[in-house]
Design a protein. Structure first.
Length: 545
């Protein structure tokens, strides 16, 4: 189903938003921005009767216990202009999911379609307005803006600088490192603002209903969140200013990475490794060092460190990082993103990688080239969407455990993108929505892997391929293998059943695998979720940002 899409230039965006927000030539404080949008939306958007795709947001998918992203077809029954929302009636879904017949949704979640039952509607104007609204609140409005002073003109202060920031990042005018910082700060700011809203509501309810002293723990947490949000705001105000960005880039001090690089050069070409040890008795330490010795060549230059993130940050491609038992807080793969080894020395269950709260990207480990080896470690997704993202190259996983301590249908264990390869052996996936997702032209090989308390085992797309040997694809809440395809089904038809469905699908190879007790079927073929061009890249783009 085709939707309206818009690709506008910087100048077009600037002219549009200036006209919408400050056409009267008056000061527009942050507190007035929503009202200005309400006036504009009421003038432009059709109030009732138009059809759209609703891309259900992540938290709503989690609430309804359905996979993310999920897209459904809706009819708009009423637009609430003051709240910038709409009451929609759900008329078609992609899968066997249960949703309310009607639901209040944000206008920014709707994608108007070309095909309309009422042809007299101004759908170009409506779709353009929804696109303007979505772009504004996704990229230009920051969670701390609502706290601005009412004497400050939001449009004069922020509009042009933030539009230019977006297009500078899009064009590659800003270095990748700074772009990553900006995206991380924006994501963290929105997450913190959501937590603040929830905590303030909880504290207010306790105060009203129980008339008791406020919980000091929640109050302290709320205070820390406000402090952190203020820090993020200060950093972003600097990064929004192009002159300040350029000055910081020119005067950047040598960091620990550059210092380590010089030290490596002075040592000459030799293998290097890190031993991450959180501490223990002399006997335990000596025992661990003995294990370390068996994994490294005699000429390896070894450093001992007590923080895994520091080891990853200063490591270089093809280094080996040996990890002692314990919980290790990290925010990414650091220098091993393009190749290297991470290996646990003790039991898999007791060597756990955990995301630093709000400091990670959408995935805990993000690999983008070369060959990566992960052995004998556990990866806990925590609040993150995905555990491991394989963008390029080969990732080999052995005797590992990928799990979510916060189990959810929207969680993904490992995502394999186009032209990337995953080889997993004797690895267990626990508490995930989809254990493994393989995109077009990606490849996965699984051997002796197990799955526990997952919604789906393996999710495939057209032109992806998978080889599965000696795996137990059983006890899933829905399907052992789920394939989103246009090649093997027609239109919106579905196909669910046993392994015979895979007979004509050459991309899937099974050898001595067990399929038992799966909630909805062993195999499912579903129409591709890529219904709309503006939505179909949602998973990849969100994980890539």
């Amino acid at each position: 189903m085709e939707i309206y899409t818009f690709d506008k230039s910087l100048q077009e965006r600037l002219v549009e938003y200036t006209a919408i927000l400050s056409s009267r030539g008056e000061i527009v404080p942050a507190s007035q921005i929503k009202a200005e949008w309400s006036y504009h939306v009421e003038l432009v958007i059709e109030p009732v009767g138009w059809r759209a795709l609703w891309k259900i947001p992540k938290l709503t998918c989690q609430e309804f216990e359905i996979r993310y992203p999920t897209v459904v077809i809706v009819d708009v029954e009423q637009v609430d202009f003051s709240e910038l929302s709409a009451l929609v009636k759900i008329i078609a879904v992609q899968d066997e999911i249960h949703l309310p017949e009607k639901y209040d949704v944000s206008l920014t979640e709707l994608y108007p379609t070309h095909n309309q039952e009422i042809t007299s509607l101004d759908m170009v104007g409506t779709a353009s307005c929804v696109d303007q609204l979505r772009f504004f609140f996704n990229y230009l409005w920051m969670p701390w803006d609502a706290d601005d002073d009412d004497n400050m003109d939001w449009v004069a202060l922020h509009l042009e600088s933030r539009i230019r920031l977006f297009f500078d990042m899009k064009r590659g005018s800003i270095c990748d490192e700074t772009c990553d910082v900006i995206r991380t700060l924006m994501r963290e700011g929105r997450e913190i603002q959501a937590k603040i809203t929830t905590l303030e509501a909880d504290i207010s309810d306790e105060d009203d209903e129980n008339e008791r002293v406020l919980d000091e723990g929640k109050t302290c947490q709320l205070m820390k969140l406000h402090f952190r949000l203020q820090q993020i705001r200060t950093e972003m105000e600097v990064l929004e200013n192009p002159a300040m960005r350029d000055m910081l880039a020119r005067n950047r001090e040598p960091d620990a990475t550059n210092t380590e690089l010089k030290r490596r050069e002075s040592r000459g070409k030799r293998p290097e490794g890190y031993f991450v040890w959180l501490g223990g008795s002399i006997e335990e330490t000596l025992e661990s060092l003995t294990k370390v010795r068996t994994f490294l060549s005699p000429d390896t230059f070894l450093k001992t460190i007590n923080c895994l993130q520091d080891a990853l940050y200063t490591s270089d491609t093809n280094d080996i990082v040996l990890i002692g038992d314990g919980e290790h807080l990290i925010r990414g793969a650091g220098g091993l993103e393009e190749g290297g080894t991470m290996k646990g020395l003790c039991s898999t269950q007791h060597t756990i990688l955990i995301p630093r709260e709000t400091e990670c990207g959408p995935s805990l480990l993000d690999f983008s080239g070369g060959e990566v080896i992960l052995e004998n470690i556990s990866v806990d997704l925590g609040e993150l969407r995905a555990g491991i993202l394989v963008r390029k190259g080969i990732v080999r996983i052995s005797d590992c455990r990928i799990f979510s301590s916060n189990s959810s249908v929207i969680k993904l264990g490992i995502v394999v993108l186009s032209n990337a390869k995953l080889i997993a052996e004797k690895t267990t996936f626990i508490g995930l929505g989809s254990a493994i997702v393989v995109h077009a032209n990606g490849y996965a090989s699984l051997s002796e892997c197990n799955f526990q308390n997952c919604t789906d085992g393996i999710q495939l797309h057209d032109d992806s391929s998978v080889s599965i040997t000696d795996c137990a694809l059983s006890n899933f809440k829905e399907y052992g293998i789920r394939m989103e395809t246009k090649k093997y089904i027609n239109g919106l038809e579905h196909s669910t059943g046993g392994l015979n469905i895979l007979d004509n699908i050459s991309e899937v190879s099974l050898n001595n695998c067990k399929f038992e007790n799966n909630g909805k079927g062993d195999v499912a073929l579903r129409p591709s979720a890529n219904i709309a061009l503006a939505i179909k890249q949602e998973l990849t783009s969100s994980l890539a940002s």
